[in-house]
Design a protein around this ligand. Structure first.
Ligand code: 1GP
Length: 265
């Protein structure tokens, strides 16, 4: 098993937090500062991707900037005998909209099927297009079933998803079982970036009871309360995106994310 898959699927330390950085929304330098603030707050992974306006150039520049910033911090800490804490960086993983927004600098890629898309392109088309690049670049693919739930936001529209309604627990159970039977490593329940309400915890519980895969939950999680609700319902990873982009000041962002992460069990 690859190291990124092992890392993402490790449940020994309970629910973890990750941020998603959209390269279309900020410069690589700003993205790197935000990533460092998130890691200081306790985030354990940086996902890079967005539903639109990402391309090879902005995705690559963003990943390189984040990795260089992490390396600089690690190097600086190694020069300072006073610093005792672990300053190793966290993995930077592609969370792509498709084959046109990849980077060889990533540590891994969520190689995903948008399982409830109505468009062949998001079920298998983009994956077939992107696979040769992933292979050649030696990026570790982590197979993931991606499910978009109501309200779905831009991801739901772009991905032409037949959204999972908040009461459709049996439907989510069947998808989660299917993800496991197909050999995926992870299931991601997405409410859409900026969603007015996060994924219904009942859907998370349904996915949890029907498969053994680690569950990632994101979309509309903005406070410790909703982070805790997702965690209690069985999420292994809590993802936040928008909230990270609302703060330019790194220490302010770190404080907001520390507070949110404190809500996770
Ligand atoms: C995107 O689910 C994530 O895939 C993040 O959503 O921007 O609402 O935090 P937010």
């Amino acid at each position: 098993m690859g190291v990124i898959r092992e890392y993402m699927c490790d449940r020994s330390s309970g629910t973890r937090h990750a941020i998603v950085i959209d390269p279309a929304d900020q410069t690589p330098e700003v993205a790197a500062n935000r990533a460092l603030a998130a890691v200081n707050a306790g985030s354990r992974m940086i996902l890079v991707g967005g539903s639109s306006d990402t391309d090879m150039d902005n995705v690559h520049a963003t990943i390189v900037a984040i990795k260089e910033a992490q390396e600089l911090v690690t190097w600086a800490a190694s020069q300072d005998s006073e610093v005792e804490e672990d300053t190793e960086g966290v993995p930077v993983v592609l969370f792509p909209q498709g084959a046109a927004a990849l980077s060889p600098a990533a540590d891994g890629i969520t190689f995903m099927m948008l399982m409830n898309s109505t468009d062949q392109r998001f079920l298998i088309g983009e994956q077939v297009k992107g696979a040769p690049f992933v292979k050649k670049a030696g990026i570790e693919p982590v197979p993931m079933g991606y499910l978009i739930c109501e309200p779905g936001g831009k991801a739901g529209k772009v991905g032409k998803a037949d959204l999972i309604a908040s009461h459709q627990t049996e439907r989510v159970e069947a998808y989660a079982m299917t993800a496991e039977f197909l050999g995926f490593a992870l299931v991601y329940l997405e409410a859409g970036s900026g969603a007015g309400s996060p994924v219904n915890p009942e859907l998370i519980k349904a996915a949890r009871r029907s498969c053994d895969l680690p569950i990632i939950v994101g979309g509309g999680i903005r406070d410790p309360h909703s982070a805790r609700a997702a965690s209690e319902a069985g999420a292994d990873w809590i993802i936040t995106g928008n909230i990270t982009e609302e703060y330019d000041d790194a220490s302010e962002l770190q404080a907001v994310l520390s507070d949110l992460i404190s809500g996770i069990l």
